[in-house]
Write a protein that binds this ligand. Structure first.
Ligand code: NAD
Ligand code: WQD
Length: 342
């Protein structure tokens, strides 16, 4: 029998890539999303790549009754991967109530239903943002969490605690995955990041600038005490990240988890500066990027990258793509996407 997995936020960037890996690993997938930052047409692409039509529910997870209708229709849901959330750091500073309501109410509802319907496994999308303004990298899962700079970050810190408190008393086993900076696109060139809200993350900003959708881009700060003055991050390919979810589910379903909840960092394990990322893009694309050195962005931390040893040892997960693969797939995707939009 195939285990059935409900993917929330499944038409979003990371969710859609993960659905492909789940199907390829043999899971039976259903998807829920309210379309606030994605379009259900993504599932046509998933079908093109996998040959599988994924059942889709257009539901806001903040609506408990409608969310429960999924569980009534699909009596046996073995696992849930909970991606659904709003994710813009700056937007969360301007609209904290919207972020707290959306990210926390949706989480509470899906957890309540996980317990009620005896779901075996729950994977939560957490973020490196929970580490706050760290002074040392690499960070491992035992690195103490500091205050995070945004309401968005707080929804992840609080979210981790809610998952742990609620599921401790239940039959549902949980894993919290702390993603570092996801980037890149599916190697088919058919799927990548295509949010409804304008992307603010570095890699899509670079590709949108290169394609001409933005006139130029700004490097936020070149006076940090780093090797070239720009900030350092851990960029992880979205397909490596997607694979980490299937590994996490396998780990629970194969009975390997011996304590109620586990936390894993999912990153590439080393840091690259903003200017190094731009150079990697210029190398793979053969283009000169139109960028300017600008002021620091408020709330940015100087440097953070992961120690993913725990994921390697326990989940047998490790990154397979490097920074050139990230920039190459992101650039192919941008060109394909733009030719469809224009
Ligand atoms: P995304 O915006 O592409 O996907 C999130 C999806 O959730 C969207 O399709 C959106 O429509 C849906 N959604 C939001 N609120 C909903 C609700 N109330 N009900 C139903 N659907 C809802 O974002 P993503 O980059 O794929 O991120 C997925 C998860 O990973 C999020 O929880 C995010 O916070 C987390 N995360 C993302 C990053 C990143 O940089 N992309 C890094 C760390 C963690
Ligand atoms: C990366 C670097 C910018 C855009 C965010 C969230 C984090 C997690 C991942 C969800 C920084 C610089 C960027 C630009 C630039 N998301 N930059 N010019 O801030 O590390 O992390 O996404 O959980 O919580 O905070 O990612 O891609 O925005 O920035 O110079 O136009 O690129 O200053 O140093 P960040 P990012």
């Amino acid at each position: 029998m195939k285990e059935k997995v409900l993917v929330t936020g499944g038409t979003g960037y990371i969710g859609s890539h993960t659905i492909i890996y789940l199907i390829e690993t043999g899971y039976d997938v259903i998807c829920v999303d309210n379309g606030i930052n994605s379009d259900k047409s993504v599932l046509n692409v998933v079908e093109k790549i996998t040959g599988v039509r994924v059942p889709y529910f257009h539901i806001d997870l903040c609506d408990l009754e409608r969310t429960e209708s999924i569980f009534k229709e699909h009596s046996e849901i073995h696992g849930i991967i909970h991606f659904a959330a709003l994710k813009s750091v700056s937007d969360s500073v301007s609209n904290p109530i919207i972020y707290f309501r959306n990210n926390l109410v949706s989480l509470i509802n899906i957890l309540e239903l996980s317990v009620k319907y005896n779901v075996g496994a729950f994977i939560f999308s957490s973020s490196c943002t929970v580490y706050g303004d760290v002074t040392h990298s690499p960070v491992d899962e035992d690195t103490p969490l500091k205050e995070t700079a945004s309401p968005y970050g707080r929804t992840k810190q609080i979210g981790e605690q809610i998952v742990s408190d609620v599921l401790k008393q239940s039959n549902t086993k949980s894993i919290l995955l702390r993603y570092f900076n996801p980037a890149g696109a599916h190697p088919s060139g058919l799927l990548g990041e295509s949010p409804i809200n304008s992307p603010q993350n570095l890699v899509p900003v670079i590709t949108e600038t290169a394609i001409g959708r933005r006139q130029k881009m700004i490097v936020y700060g070149t006076d940090y005490p780093t090797r070239d003055g720009s900030c350092i991050r851990d960029y992880i390919h979205v397909c490596d990240l997607a694979r980490a979810h299937t590994k996490a589910l396998n780990y629970i379903f194969e009975g390997k988890q011996d304590k109620p909840g586990d936390i894993f960092n999912i990153g590439i394990g080393n840091g690259l500066s903003v200017l190094e990322i731009i150079r990697a893009f210029e190398k793979v694309s053969g283009l000169k990027l139109n960028y300017e050195k600008g002021e620091r962005r408020p709330g940015d931390i100087m440097a953070i990258f992961s120690d993913y040893k725990k994921a390697k040892e326990q989940l047998d997960w490790f990154p397979e793509y490097n920074v050139d693969d990230i920039m190459n797939t992101a650039w192919i995707w941008e060109q394909n996407r733009s030719s469809q939009i224009l």
